[in-house]
Design a protein around this ligand. Structure first.
Ligand code: GRF
Length: 225
């Protein structure tokens, strides 16, 4: 097996990055993380990546005249490391069609909501305000339109009456850390086909978990299903 070469793009804490690094430590995982790029020098994840012995790059968007110049610098880093797949993990810059088209089908993002609901920021507070009973996270291919693109995998949690945005975020984050490595594995194995905006998984097995739902499993174990 030739492992796919992955770069992770971050802007902050980097807990999803850490989950991907952990998964990729297993030599049987079909992808290895060769590079972590941040657009912010103070991103905590950058320090964590260095401590984990990964190559890191800082491409500070403020140092460039326009978005495309920034993205050309990003592209240069990715090409230098011969990257096959890009994972956005809390990367807080919008990418232009110029960049996205270069990575079509090879660039993934994780969003903290069940898309297409709650695109954008403050998803947990908005989910609570909307009164939804199920909330979660989505891994999808990136397209120029923000928080859109074919859905690879989703993870759901039940919203509790006493949830705050923070308690809900914490439960969703725990699911994010499971579902992102799973989705990357499927893409790295070349098993995700996009047909008419939908992802189809070749040879889907029970352990592929394109839907992860701890709360349904929890309910089932309590005989609620
Ligand atoms: C996550 O909630 C992710 O879904 C969103 O930004 C957050 C990043 O968190 N895109 P972390 O930096 O991975 O800890």
């Amino acid at each position: 097996m030739v492992r796919k070469r992955v770069a992770i793009l971050i802007s902050g804490r980097g807990s999803n990055m850490a989950a991907l690094l952990t998964a990729a430590q297993d030599p049987r995982f079909p992808a290895e993380v060769l590079l972590v790029v941040s657009n912010r020098a103070d991103a905590k994840g950058l320090t964590a990546a260095r401590e984990a012995g990964r190559a890191t790059a800082l491409v500070d968007h403020r140092g460039f005249g326009d978005r495309e110049a920034f993205e050309r610098a990003l592209q240069h880093e990715l090409e230098t490391h011969r990257i096959d797949i890009v994972c956005l993990a809390g990367f807080m810059r919008l990418l232009t069609p110029w960049f996205v088209s270069r990575w079509q089908g090879r660039i993934l993002n994780i969003h903290p909501a069940l898309l297409p609901a709650f695109k954008g920021l403050d998803t947990h507070a908005r989910a609570l305000a909307a009164g939804v009973k199920i909330h979660g996270t989505t891994v999808h291919f990136v397209v120029p339109e923000m928080d859109s693109g074919p859905i690879i995998a989703q993870g759901a949690v039940a919203v509790r009456d006493d949830d705050t945005a923070d308690t809900l975020a914490a439960r969703v984050l725990a699911v994010e850390h499971k579902i992102y490595p799973m989705a990357l594995r499927l893409v790295a194995e070349g098993r995700v086909r996009v047909e008419a905006e939908r992802c189809r998984i070749d040879g889907l097995r029970a352990d592929d978990h394109i839907l992860l739902s701890p709360f349904i499993e929890e309910s089932a174990s309590r005989g609620l299903r």
